[in-house]
Design a protein around this ligand. Structure first.
Ligand code: ZN
Length: 75
């Protein structure tokens, strides 16, 4: 798995929640180059954001094409 920030190598790592109980262990991925950390929940959120962004981009592209066609025909 590659890091989304720097394309570095991601390795499995275990993390502990020291701010709250100190007993909550999490399993995630850590980049050996930049130190970015992701877990399953973060990856799911990023996937959902990319999906929403993709839908928005496609919608705006369609609207822009329609506007361009109208301008092109009327010019
Ligand atoms: Zn990285």
């Amino acid at each position: 798995m590659k890091c989304h920030r720097c394309d570095g190598l991601m390795v499995v790592d275990h993390f502990i929640d020291i701010e709250n109980t100190g007993h909550l262990w999490l399993c995630g991925w850590r980049c050996v180059s930049c130190g970015d950390v992701v877990d399953a929940e973060i990856m799911q959120q990023r996937h959902m954001q990319r999906s929403r962004l993709g839908r928005l981009t496609r919608s705006l592209t369609r609207k822009a094409r329609k506007t361009f066609d109208l301008v092109k025909l009327s010019a």
